[in-house]
Design a protein around this ligand. Structure first.
Ligand code: NAG
Ligand code: NAG
Length: 423
């Protein structure tokens, strides 16, 4: 047996072991922690609002508020649909900090960092849920389910989400989740992505475990059917229902503009928008797709492409309403502030590979089979005032969730299993 074959067998063996473990593990876990649905408890109507109203006296900061008018109050009831592979980790960090600053109540999942994705969201999956409770923010991965969310969240909730160019998203998802999708194991060659895109139909099996990661993942995350024909009327109906439900759809490619639209819509402050890019992939600054592969990826993910183009249109309409010049000025200011924070917080000023991260608290979660996600080292000798903010801004999602009191035993156990079999 050649070394290459050996590697392939080993990799397939690991895949099988892992797949079996994961599946049985998830079934077990589901049996134990499947939410006890209180069918008998009476329906308690959701409150109109769960936002704590800050006293107007405290409202004296005038530096960043003048642009959004003197009299608006920050909106604090937020539903963020965390789509996959869309820089949503970076956005989550912003939401966590905003929530902590205003002592908001998060609707978190229990024992893991998602709401039993890819099962559709159900409010009984929320940690400590009781009918009639008030939650301000929900933001972990879920498969969107509008009627259920409406029974959980106050009626003044602002719904937001973020999209990414579907070809880039597909490439990223293939890299990150490919090995969790059994039908990819039989794809030959080094460049499995190209091989797959040459003839996706010959590999793809919609019934296969985890197959949603590799076709119209965005549309799937919105709770829609990702395997429809792109010309099916249900696709347009789906896009329409998304645009009616969501108040703001941000774009990864215009992240700063997106944040400023958010600030405008929610009456937040510029300081609420500070961020560092989290979960940066090694060598990700240039696209890995040739124009030919890009075209194939868009064709394969035609529903997501339709979705993206639709919300690209609405996005730029919003930017026009905001004012192009005002937007350009505000983006420039946000970038300056982020740069200043980077020079205060980050050792060397840039992300480093996983092996070079000194604190385990700062280690990001890695995709199966590679250590391609970069992280940061905190600067040493920072003053106390900045130290706290810097730590939070750089903290990977799993660690931050733990800090916010989420019990993540399933996620952590899974991490240990991976450590043991060295994946
Ligand atoms: C508010 O603005 C005024 C003038 O525009 C300035 O003199 C004052 O120092 C500002 N106050 C704060 C708290 O920033
Ligand atoms: C997004 O919209 C802008 C403005 O209308 C347009 O210039 C751009 O080509 C669009 N991009 C995509 C991917 O559709």
């Amino acid at each position: 047996m050649t070394g290459k074959q050996g590697r392939q067998w080993r990799s397939m063996g690991k895949g099988l072991v892992l797949g079996t473990l994961l599946t049985s593990f998830m079934i077990l876990v589901y049996c134990f922690s499947a939410p006890q649905i209180h069918l008998n408890s009476p329906e308690v109507p959701v409150p109109h609002s769960c936002a704590h109203r800050p006293s107007p006296l405290k409202h004296t900061t005038n530096s960043s508020q003048k642009a959004s008018g003197p009299s608006c109050l920050p909106k604090m009831d937020v539903m963020f649909l965390k789509t996959h592979k869309t820089a949503s980790g970076t956005f989550l960090n912003i939401l966590f900090r905003f929530g902590e600053k205003h002592r908001l109540k998060f609707a978190f999942p229990d024992s893991r960092n998602d709401f039993f994705y890819p099962s559709p969201f159900h409010r009984a999956q929320v940690k400590d849920y009781r009918p009639g409770m008030c939650f301000n923010i929900i933001c972990n991965h879920m498969r969107f389910n509008a009627p259920e969310l409406a029974k959980l969240l106050p009626t003044d909730t602002t719904y937001i989400t973020i999209l990414r160019d579907p070809a880039e998203l597909f490439e990223s998802s293939f890299h990150y989740f490919g090995r969790l999708v059994p039908f990819t194991w039989k794809i030959q060659g080094e460049d499995k992505l190209s091989e797959f895109l040459l003839d996706p139909q010959s590999y793809f099996d919609p019934e296969s475990y985890n197959s949603h990661y590799l076709k119209n993942l965005l549309f799937f995350d919105f709770g829609q059917d990702n395997t429809l024909d792109p010309d099916d009327p249900r696709v347009d109906a789906g896009i329409r229902s998304i645009s009616e439900r969501f108040d703001l759809v941000m774009l990864v490619e215009h992240f700063e503009e997106s944040l400023l639209l958010l600030k405008d819509a929610l009456c937040w402050e510029m300081d609420d928008l500070l961020f560092f890019k989290l979960n940066v992939r090694k060598g990700s600054t240039v696209s890995k797709l040739t124009s030919e592969l890009r075209a194939k990826a868009l064709e394969w993910n035609a529903i997501d492409w339709k979705l993206y183009q639709h919300f690209n249109q609405t996005f730029w309409k919003k930017v026009d309403a905001y004012g192009r010049q005002r937007m350009a000025d505000d983006v420039a200011e946000l970038r300056i502030r982020n740069k200043r924070m980077a020079s205060i917080c980050i050792e060397g000023g840039h992300p480093v590979e996983a092996g070079s991260i000194q604190e385990t608290d700062m280690q990001p979660w890695q995709p199966i089979g590679s250590k391609s996600i970069m992280g940061y080292n905190l600067k040493k000798n920072m003053d106390k005032a900045h130290r706290k903010l810097c730590r939070k801004m750089l903290m990977p999602e799993i660690q931050y969730l733990s800090e916010l009191g989420v019990n993540l035993w399933i996620t952590k156990l899974w991490g240990h299993v991976r450590d043991v079999i060295n994946w």
